[in-house]
Design a protein around this ligand. Structure first.
Ligand code: FAD
Ligand code: NAI
Length: 467
């Protein structure tokens, strides 16, 4: 064991929470250590999550366009075929570029990187087990940012065909039949990828609707659109097991009291993620967790142990990279004696399907449940010129505002580039903007963003291009 070095801050886990905290801490002049067990920095997000899935979504969208839609734009391509090996290599190149970039950033900031598994030892000490050695470091402040892992369903058999997103971002062949358990963000995104590459994709979703975080009208629109793309959905259906017979796999589910059987070549279990705190030494250090295994923190990210903080997927709140990043910045600022803060009321959420679905703030239902009187403005993409000109008419913008103050409470967007369009609403909400503010902001023509303005106008029943 080597000699102990003391840091102002040591961060365990180099995902978007951890590496961002490290960079901000170093910017603020703190002597910073970053501990990561994976070879590359960037965590789930860069290595096996956000980035590889978006690369696959992008490439598969081009493939689907070439195969199904190009002809309607006057492009006649014969014999469109897939080279999955090239797809995966390109995805890996994107990941390598980005994780390499984080490596350079952290080095240039003077952050000391430790490769290995971090474990709390108590008394501000962390042991780091590398491949060949073990080190101990000391830090005045420790930030836990160890992220999450996919939840698996224990009642399904151990079978290499039953996988999580970790494997489904790297299939080496296109499964003929893919069953996706869970129609949330991961299921819908990766289901879309493999459907575009030719899989027959069937979803089994426990709840009565898909994309559960959205209002019913928006979820229904999404389901209808995905069905038109060839994906199948069993909602209100509970998977009870999987059978194996003559080498063939069948997923068994229960819907309306009846059993359904769905043949599968691969099964993607996408039923959520849980905090990853295994082997972290939480008990030794006196760090408490809640009944969902999340590290308990106060509003300043302090855990129940002195000098130990936690951020990102291991604490409560949406499991999103940008939420983890904002917490990373805030925790570093608080530790440096500044006023770090995250506005949890205004965290956007996106599902990167085609069309994309994005949301921020309260849904219409949530606002009503809170007893807030609302006005809702909706604008269909079919009435937007840019959408018509670019084959992007599947969608809607919905703005929810308080009927007393006109303050924007939330928005939901189904559209091409909904991930980008939502930013405008986020900014208005951040500054306490009203639906009228949104509606009176000049938008370039022709753009999809005019639909956001029109939905703002629709809140006061004054949309120009729809009734
Ligand atoms: P992680 O990114 O999980 O990073 C934690 C790191 O800690 C890991 O690198 C891990 O190896 C390391 N670690 C764990 N324990 C130890 C230890 N004891 N010692 C040393 N190192 C340790 N979110 C979005 O916002 N947008 C998206 O488009 C999106 N797409 C996703 C797609 C998929 C398929 C998945 C799985 C997730 C996606 N997410 C997305 C969620 C996003 O990846 C997470 O919310 C985000 O990565 C959480 O960041 P984090 O820093 O808390 O943890
Ligand atoms: P999720 O929580 O988004 O969706 C899981 C779905 O599975 C839910 O609809 C749930 O009702 C359903 N479900 C749960 N148990 C079930 C069962 N036994 N049978 C059938 N259905 C069941 O979780 P998901 O998609 O696994 O994603 C995990 C996390 O990763 C999410 O918190 C998400 O925020 C994050 N993520 C974010 C992305 C993005 O921002 N674009 C993309 C991918 C993941």
């Amino acid at each position: 064991m080597s000699q102990e070095t003391e840091f102002d801050i040591a961060i365990i886990g180099a995902g978007p929470g951890g590496y961002v905290a490290a960079i901000r801490a170093a910017q603020l002049g703190l002597k910073t250590a970053l501990i990561e067990k994976r070879k590359a920095l960037g965590g789930t997000c860069l290595n096996i999550g956000c980035i590889p899935s978006k690369a696959l979504l992008h490439m598969s969208e081009h493939f689907a366009f070439a195969r199904n839609d190009a002809v309607s734009s006057g492009i006649e391509i014969e014999n469109v075929s897939l080279n999955l090996d090239t797809v995966m290599k390109k995805k890996e190149k994107v990941v390598a570029q980005l994780t390499g970039g984080i490596d350079i950033l952290t080095k240039k900031r003077g952050i000391e990187r430790f490769d290995g598994f971090g474990e709390l030892q108590g008394d501000n000490r962390i042991s780091i087990k590398g491949e060949t050695d073990e080190k101990i470091i000391q830090a005045k402040n420790i930030v836990l940012a160890t992220g999450s892992e996919a939840i698996s369903l224990d009642f399904l058999p151990q079978d290499e065909r039953i996988v999580t997103s970790d494997e489904a971002i790297a299939f080496d062949t296109v499964p003929e039949k893919l069953v996706v358990i869970g129609a949330g963000a991961i299921g819908l995104e990766l289901g879309s990828v493999w459907s575009r590459y030719g899989s027959k994709v069937t979803f089994v979703e426990f709840l009565p609707k898909i994309a559960a975080g959205f209002d019913d009208d928006v979820s229904k629109l999404l389901e209808r659109t995905f069905k038109q793309q060839g994906m199948n959905f069993h909602t209100n259906a509970k998977v009870t097991g999987a059978l194996e017979s003559n080498g063939k796999l069948t997923v068994v589910a229960e819907k309306d009291g009846k059993e359904i059987q769905i043949p599968a070549d691969k099964v993607l279990v996408a039923v959520g993620r849980r905090p990853f705190t295994e082997g972290l030494g939480l008990e030794t250090a006196g760090v408490d967790r809640d009944d969902k295994g999340r590290v308990v923190i106060d509003q300043h990210f302090k855990t129940t142990a002195n000098g130990i903080f936690a951020i990102g997927d291991i604490v409560a709140g949406p499991m999103l990279a940008h939420k983890a990043e904002e917490e990373g910045v805030a925790v570093a600022e608080l530790i440096a004696g500044k006023a770090g803060h995250v506005n949890y009321d205004v965290i956007p959420n996106v599902i990167y399907t085609e069309p994309e679905a994005s949301s921020v703030g309260l849904t219409e239902v949530q606002a009503k449940e809170k007893g807030i009187p609302v006005n809702v403005g909706k604008f269909p993409l079919t009435a937007n010129g840019r959408a018509l000109a670019t084959d992007a008419t599947h969608g809607i913008v919905k703005v929810i505002a308080c009927s007393k103050t006109d303050k924007i409470l939330g928005a939901q967007i189904v559209s091409k580039n909904a991930s980008e369009l939502i930013s405008e609403v986020v900014t208005h909400m951040e500054y306490g903007g009203s639906a009228e503010d949104l509606a009176r902001t000049v938008h370039a023509h022709p753009t999809l963003s005019e639909s956001v303005k029109e939905a703002g106008l629709a809140v006061s029943k004054s949309a120009i291009h729809s009734l």
